[in-house]
Design a protein. Structure first.
Length: 91
């Protein structure tokens, strides 16, 4: 089931952008976002709006840090990305 695959992918990666999910699952971002909302409601993941000062319309991501999850996937037309992050287990 696709919902479980999306959840597992986010939990395995710990942090993943909406763009990465859409590319990996070959689906529109809007469809992925709707499915991820279920896991948000169940408090398994969190959704963050990431702002990056190094994104611009000419060059895209400049790779400001080596740990930035947006590096190499940032679109050239946006200064913000949706990021999904797994939450610690409640056990």
């Amino acid at each position: 089931m696709l919902l479980i695959e999306i959840r597992d992918y986010i939990l395995k990666r710990q942090e993943v952008t909406l763009i990465e999910l859409a590319i990996y699952f070959q689906m529109p971002e809007s469809a992925i976002e709707k499915m991820a909302d279920l896991w948000l409601q169940k408090a398994l993941i969190e959704k963050l709006q990431q702002q990056c000062q190094d994104l611009d319309s000419n060059s895209g991501c400049s790779g400001c840090t080596s740990t930035c999850s947006m590096k190499n996937i940032a679109p050239k037309t946006s200064k913000s990305l949706v990021l999904y992050r797994s939450l610690p287990s409640k056990t």
